[in-house]
Design a protein around this ligand. Structure first.
Ligand code: 5RP
Length: 247
């Protein structure tokens, strides 16, 4: 009986995983098809859904012979652009972007986002701010009615290393529950592409996200937060049934 139960649970996990991956793929394909065009200056986000977007982008660029300039939001995105033979640029050469395609950890109906599950929130926000349009791609687990409903880890906050203790104390005084993000090995804290730490600030009730964002960014030692208010223009969610829901 134990073996049968284990087999059933493995099968369930595999089905779930492929459903989620298919959903990411579907959202990414739709966003690339609808928003990338010849001459486009594109911000390339980070995370596992973006991997699908870059794959579809490379196919489109090859088949349709498009000229697309790509600006990465992380080391991961930079590697993806290079590996797929795409045209790599940066914000010093391409400071204005037509479209930014990026993933999210959670997205509410007003297109407020929590990002930074992969610790790339600082560069992601800088690149998003340079874009005329931010297009979010995600699977169905990221769509919610209220931030915090799906993503339980809190708001990723990028912090200057020497300030992480005072910043965490300040976050507690704001009613948040800060946790210093540790590397998987537990050998030390996660260090971002910009050599900072990440503090995940859990919250128990919804906030006025814009006010919270302002308060967080005014806290000395905070470099940037994963709260994206007023950035996204549209979101594509791959759904369980294979369809794509657009917000
Ligand atoms: C990284 C991010 C990612 O876009 C976000 O975590 C979503 O990732 P995934 O597509 O793997 O679910 O913000 O900092």
């Amino acid at each position: 009986l134990r073996r049968t139960l284990m087999h059933t649970s493995t099968l369930f996990h595999k089905t779930m995983t492929s459903q989620v991956e298919q959903a990411k793929d579907a959202a990414a394909l739709r966003a690339v098809r609808e928003h990338v065009y010849d001459g486009c200056r594109l911000g390339v986000g980070s995370g596992s859904t973006v991997v699908y977007a870059v794959k579809h982008l490379a196919e489109l660029v090859t088949t349709a012979g498009l000229n697309v300039t790509c600006v990465p939001t992380s080391f991961q995105a930079r590697q993806l652009i290079i590996e797929h033979g795409l045209h790599l640029s940066d914000l010093s050469q391409t400071p204005e972007l037509d479209v930014v395609i990026d993933g999210a950890d959670e997205c509410d109906p007003q297109l407020n986002l929590i990002k930074g599950g992969g610790g790339c929130q600082l560069q992601e926000k800088i690149v998003a701010a340079c874009g005329k349009k931010m297009v979010v791609i995600a699977d169905y687990r990221k769509k919610s009615q209220e931030l915090g409903e799906q993503w339980k880890k809190g708001i990723p906050i990028e912090v200057v290393p020497m300030a992480y203790v005072p910043v965490m104390n300040k976050l507690r005084s704001y009613g948040l529950e800060p946790v210093l993000r540790m590397a998987q090995s537990k050998a030390g804290p996660v260090v971002t592409d910009n050599s900072n730490f990440v503090v995940d600030a859990k919250f128990t009730a919804p906030h006025n996200w814009e006010l919270l964002e302002t308060k967080l960014c005014r806290t000395p030692g905070v470099v940037e937060t994963g709260l994206f208010v007023g950035f996204a223009s549209v979101a594509y969610f791959g759904m369980k049934d294979g369809s794509v829901s657009v917000l």
